[in-house]
Design a protein. Structure first.
Length: 332
């Protein structure tokens, strides 16, 4: 990503946007960062932090509204697509609304970015898009496919699309850490299943993966960060050592373990020191040396799940992270 560029982030008032904006302002010195989202109150609150920085702009709009996207994308060089309906039960009970945002919104953004001549687009995905077990995951899988195939529709233009995929974001709203912190004084923590594991990634690592995708992409790649796993029971024990753990059963659509790369994707997946890269199966792009670069093909039958992960976060590591981020947990 080049300095002095114009950057737009959809859903920019969410957890990712709150971390992406200050980190990117410091690293790349952009001409402007446009926060595109539909919640005026969240924009109003976020704008207070940037009242003296005219590089940060706010644009009310919805990815469902293609005309509004066209207006917002005037002069934009890079786009991060973070907007989504992502709460699993909400998606199950409101499937039409989830599809309008996650699928129709993705199609709108692809069309608008191509027509407006955006250089690079990186869409945020989720572990739930790999072998989806719920509607949210299914819509994000469709979204991933839309962005990958978007590279086929560019023609002679220079727009390129890629995807980054990661799992549980430590400390973000709706994740398990702030939930456990909020109720630890009650002396009982609900555990859906004592075997459950989750990947552990910080928002800062998520931002760095997006930066890497912008710099590395040729178009169509899915980037997966190599991150540690942890058992949910161990997370609970770190946050509330004396609390009783009450096993309540897995919720509808919830997985026992997170998966970010399936066995079916292994044939197109390459390993790098700090990440994996799933290359597109279409157009023989998975054999493209420009996309493979110095990657090493993973073994046949490989999968990347939170229970078969060779890297694990220790309780001490988690405690250190909580101590350093206590003022931010659950706030963004």
């Amino acid at each position: 990503m080049e300095d002095n560029s114009n950057i737009l982030i959809t859903g920019g008032t969410g957890s990712f946007g709150h971390t992406f904006v200050p980190m990117t302002l410091a690293r790349y010195k952009p001409k402007r960062i446009i926060i595109f989202s539909r919640d005026e109150m969240k924009q109003w609150e976020m704008a207070k932090a940037y009242k003296d920085d005219d590089r940060v702009r706010f644009f009310i709009g919805d990815v469902r509204d293609k005309e509004r996207l066209y207006r917002a994308l005037d002069g934009v060089d890079y786009v991060v697509h973070a907007a989504a309906t992502k709460i699993v039960p909400t998606a199950e009970y409101n499937p039409f609304e989830c599809i309008k945002t996650n699928v129709n919104g993705a199609m709108n953004l692809v069309d608008a970015c191509i027509d407006k001549g955006v250089k690079r687009v990186v869409a945020l995905s989720t572990d739930k898009a790999s072998a989806p077990a719920n509607l949210y995951g299914a819509t994000k899988l469709v979204s991933d496919k839309i962005f990958i195939a978007g590279n086929s529709y560019v023609g002679g233009d220079s727009t390129r699309f890629a995807v980054v995929r990661y799992g549980n974001v430590m400390g973000s709203r709706g994740s398990v850490i702030p939930f456990f912190v909020s109720i630890r004084d009650k002396g009982v923590l609900p555990i859906t299943d004592s075997r459950m594991t989750r990947f552990m990634i910080s928002l800062e690592q998520g931002v760095e993966l997006v930066w890497h995708a912008f710099d590395d992409m040729e178009g169509g790649e899915i980037y997966v960060k190599k991150i540690p796993s942890m058992k949910v029971t161990d997370v609970a024990r770190v946050i509330a050592p004396s609390a009783r753990q009450d096993v309540i059963g897995i919720r509808p659509g919830e997985k026992l373990h997170e998966q970010m790369i399936s066995e079916e994707d292994a044939a197109f997946t390459y390993s790098y020191p700090e990440h994996f890269k799933i290359l597109p199966a279409i157009h023989n792009w998975s054999d493209s040396t420009l996309r493979i670069k110095d990657g090493v093909k993973v073994a046949e039958g490989f999968s990347y799940t939170s229970d078969n992960n060779p890297e694990w976060m220790t309780p001490d590591d988690l405690q250190d992270w909580i101590d350093m981020n206590a003022d931010k947990i659950g706030k963004i």
